[in-house]
Design a protein around this ligand. Structure first.
Ligand code: DGL
Length: 259
């Protein structure tokens, strides 16, 4: 394995940064290519057919171009719909992001948990299956919000976020005794403070730290550069404004490209 071979992170937008952050904490010298499919953002309001066709084809092209050692689909929507197709299309390990229903059910005392994702994610049979396997004795509330995705993008682009807009976007989940909410969209941990105001006393669970551990496990024993190198952020459509470019720099994503 070439020490310079990167980890490739893939999302529709900036949500994958919530997976990249914990991964960099475990693997600080890992070369990173972060891809935002901004040309097709947002995924959460698209059909299953669109996502299942687009994501494997795009990841195939990106893998040829950047030669990663491993790809991370840092997007619940893409993972719950297209993960098997991506694995079939690529000859490298592919790590997906699926709603953290199991740890949420383990933690809940009220036995009411929420799954907050995109509209596309919360309707997936994959979520039914996780709920049946790991939270059979819980009431599993589901809510999909495209607005929350847009608010997370706006926050990283430096726009002021109205906490009342976040509270309104998640209001269908309040008032049912939920004590744990699964952030089943990688954009949502970027709004953790605002969600803490919207859901006082409710624990937030997301898959980022678990995915980071999985990546570290799958690459254990591999060579890495001796020091961190600048990472690359790739946009398939509209690129970042100055504020978002600064936010990307906080993740060492200094080299911004368009494909
Ligand atoms: N970040 C993505 C997810 O985890 C999707 C957001 C979107 O494009 O709608 O589901």
């Amino acid at each position: 394995m070439d020490a310079a071979a990167p980890l490739l992170f893939f999302d529709s937008g900036v949500g994958g940064l919530s997976v990249l952050g914990p991964t960099k904490a475990l693997l600080p010298n890992a070369p990173i290519v972060y891809v935002a499919d901004s040309a097709a953002f947002p995924y959460g309001t698209r059909s299953e057919a669109e996502i299942a066709a687009r994501v494997p084809a795009l990841l195939g092209r990106l893998t040829e171009r950047f030669r990663p050692r491993l790809a991370v689909i840092a997007c619940n929507t893409a993972s719950t719909i297209a993960l098997p197709f991506v694995r079939a299309a690529l000859d490298i390990p592919v790590v997906g992001t699926v709603p953290a229903i199991k740890p949420a059910a383990e933690r809940s005392r009220t036995r009411v948990i929420g799954v907050l994702g995109t509209e596309a994610t919360v309707r997936q049979p994959y979520v039914d299956d996780l709920a049946a396997r790991f939270a059979a004795d819980c009431t599993v509330l589901r809510h999909g919000s495209a607005e929350l995705v847009a608010l997370a993008e706006a926050k990283l682009a430096g726009e002021p976020i109205d906490p009342a807009a976040v509270t309104a976007a998640v209001s269908p989940l309040t008032g049912h005794g939920m004590d744990v909410v699964v952030l089943a969209c990688t954009h949502f941990p970027l709004l953790a403070e605002e969600l803490a105001v919207a859901f006082p006393g409710v624990a937030q669970v997301d898959g980022g730290p678990g995915i980071a551990r999985r990546i570290a496990h799958l690459t254990a024993g591999q060579q890495w550069p001796v020091q961190p190198s600048p990472g690359t952020a790739v946009f398939t459509g509209g690129g970042p404004n100055a504020q978002l470019a600064r936010a990307l720099q906080r993740y060492n994503l200094d080299d911004i490209r368009h494909v």
